[in-house]
Design a protein. Structure first.
Length: 134
């Protein structure tokens, strides 16, 4: 609560170091801790942001179970070269089904594709081609 109050007063956000201290304190209260980091590749590399973040997380590795998702990225792969890996790719049919549902859920887009059924097919085909398993 003190961290929140300090940041609130100063109108700042916690630093990586402050978050790390807080996380280390909390991890000690549990016998097992699981941390999920999704889309690590989207964490910026500039100013060593990703490297510093990874350094902090990897320091916790002895007391936590880590699950990280990322697109293929050599700098990330080097950090986790001894970790168990699973490659996951969306099938073309999964992408098409997902896009069809999203089109149905978007009111404005749904009106356009109902007026022009070819447009629906064109949107789904183009995006599915570009997705390449993502």
């Amino acid at each position: 609560m003190l961290l929140y109050q300090n940041c609130f007063k100063k109108r700042t956000r916690p630093t990586l170091n402050e978050w790390s201290k807080l996380l280390r304190l909390e991890v000690r209260h549990f016998s097992k801790v699981f941390i999920l980091i999704d889309a690590l590749d989207e964490c910026p590399e500039g100013n060593n942001i990703r490297k510093n973040f990874l350094d902090e997380i990897l320091e916790l590795q002895s007391s936590v179970q880590l699950f990280v998702t990322s697109r293929r990225c050599s700098t990330i792969e080097r950090e986790f070269e001894k970790a168990t890996r699973i490659e996951i790719h969306a099938s073309d049919e999964d992408v098409r089904r997902y896009l069809g549902c999203r089109i149905e859920g978007e009111h404005l887009l749904k009106r356009h594709v109902e007026a022009d059924p070819f447009l629906r097919k064109q949107i789904i085909n183009t995006i599915a081609e570009k997705a390449k398993g993502m």
